[in-house]
Design a protein around this ligand. Structure first.
Ligand code: KG4
Ligand code: ZN
Length: 385
């Protein structure tokens, strides 16, 4: 369902380069930093379009989910995803611009997700963004999807994280612990050696006959689960280092489902809820232990959590408590900006464009793109795509 974040909800809460929230000082080479920037997110199965106005701090947003389109196939079909992005992007942009008041002429810059993701889906967004930029004679910039997620907590009301911080990026394709020294300067501390956390939620949901995406479904059922009935392992917690692994936990859950089904033919609702609760708690414990380790290892008090899994209520609560115990604080995106959206791309694009970053006109995207290859926006950007 398309939806819109009313400007009044976010107005004034988002740091601009003029303010002191994100950069303590205005970057020395910041040009045209009062801008209206369009964000286009098409890396997977959601078309996210947003308009960020740095003067008012307003963010307008539209989102079209392709969940229903892919549901009959049991997973995302890349070709269908690309075609649907092509059909949806411009009509959504027109809707958004008329809602925000004004046409395409008001756009000062265009940001789009240039990777990582499904290559056809990315190229659909890149082609539209670059063509629009060419026609309007405005700059366009390719944004790293995970940098979009990482900066999304800056769109939350209230306290914003300042660099340096530790970031847990947990989505359907990534589970990474990042040391973010400053904007565009990221070091990898640890990552999953097999499934991503969101992927594990999706696979468990499938095993239990729940819908896609699995995270929200498992989380909803876990609310009615009874603690203590099952005991699943906490993956990788006894191993040194900051890597994650979720495939052993997944196998454990599969075996549990098999033995319960043997006993009772079908799983009753309470058993499903109990499995969901224990699975969710095991994932949350594992992520929390590694985040605590990372904060201690890097001697950094600030923890940022982003990506689809950061919408998880139990995870938010547990990481908030842990960061407080460590004498620091945890920062999250607003709940509706945890999963893929155009707002995070518009904002990440605004920060780079307003700092003077520019790229060539070629239409390109990268299915794989390590976050650690990014550079701060004040350096020339042309080589990273
Ligand atoms: O960031 P995202 O929208 O897309 C990717 O970049 O992958 O993340 C989607 C992932 C899915 O695997 C979904 O199951 C998971 O985030 N997710 C959740 C929750 N909401 C979404 N996982 C756990 N709890 C949630 N509440
Ligand atoms: Zn994502």
């Amino acid at each position: 369902m398309p939806y819109l974040i009313e400007s009044s909800i976010l107005a004034g809460h988002i740091p601009t380069l003029k303010g002191d929230g994100f950069y303590r000082q205005t970057p020395a080479n910041a040009k045209n930093y009062l801008m209206k920037v369009i964000g286009i997110e098409t890396s997977c199965d959601e078309t996210g379009i947003a308009l960020y106005d740095s003067v008012s701090g307003a963010m307008f947003q539209r989102l079209h989910s392709q969940i229903k389109l892919h549901a009959p196939f049991g997973g995302v079909v890349p070709e269908l995803a690309s075609r649907n992005h092509i059909q949806r992007t411009l009509p959504l942009l027109d809707e958004l611009l008329s809602e925000a008041g004004g046409g395409k002429g008001q756009i000062d810059g265009i940001a789009y997700t240039a990777g990582p993701g499904l290559i056809g889906a990315l190229l659909a967004g890149a082609a539209i963004a670059r063509s629009l930029a060419w026609a309007l004679n405005r700059p366009a910039i390719g944004i790293h999807h995970m940098e979009g997620h990482l900066l999304a907590p800056l769109l939350a009301a209230g306290d914003k994280p300042e660099f340096p911080f530790i970031a847990l990026l947990a989505s359907g394709g990534h589970t990474q612990l990042i040391q973010a020294d400053r904007h565009g300067c990221y070091q990898m501390l640890g990552q999953t050696v097999d499934d991503a956390a969101g992927e594990a939620f999706d696979k468990i949901a499938k095993m239990l006959g729940l819908g896609y995406p699995g995270g929200p479904e498992v989380s909803r059922l876990a609310e009615t689960g009874q603690p203590g009935r099952f005991k699943f392992p906490r993956p990788m917690v006894n191993r040194k280092g900051l890597d994650f692994s979720f495939s052993g936990l997944k196998t454990f859950v599969r075996n549990t489902i098999a033995s319960q089904t043997e006993k009772a033919q079908t799983l009753d609702r309470q058993t499903i809820a109990d499995i969901c609760l224990e699975f969710e708690t095991a994932v949350v414990d594992s992520l929390t232990i590694k985040c605590r380790r990372a904060l201690r290892q890097c001697n950094t008090p600030r923890l940022v959590i982003a990506g689809g899994v950061s919408a998880n209520r139990r995870l938010r609560q547990k990481l908030t408590e842990m960061a407080l115990q460590e004498g620091g604080a945890a920062y999250f995106p607003p709940p509706d900006l945890c999963t893929d959206n155009g707002a995070m791309i518009a904002y990440a694009g605004y920060l780079r464009l307003a700092s003077g970053a520019r790229q060539g006109n070629e239409i390109s995207a990268r299915a794989r793109w390590p976050l650690t290859e990014l550079r701060p926006p004040r350096q020339p950007e042309t080589e990273h795509l």
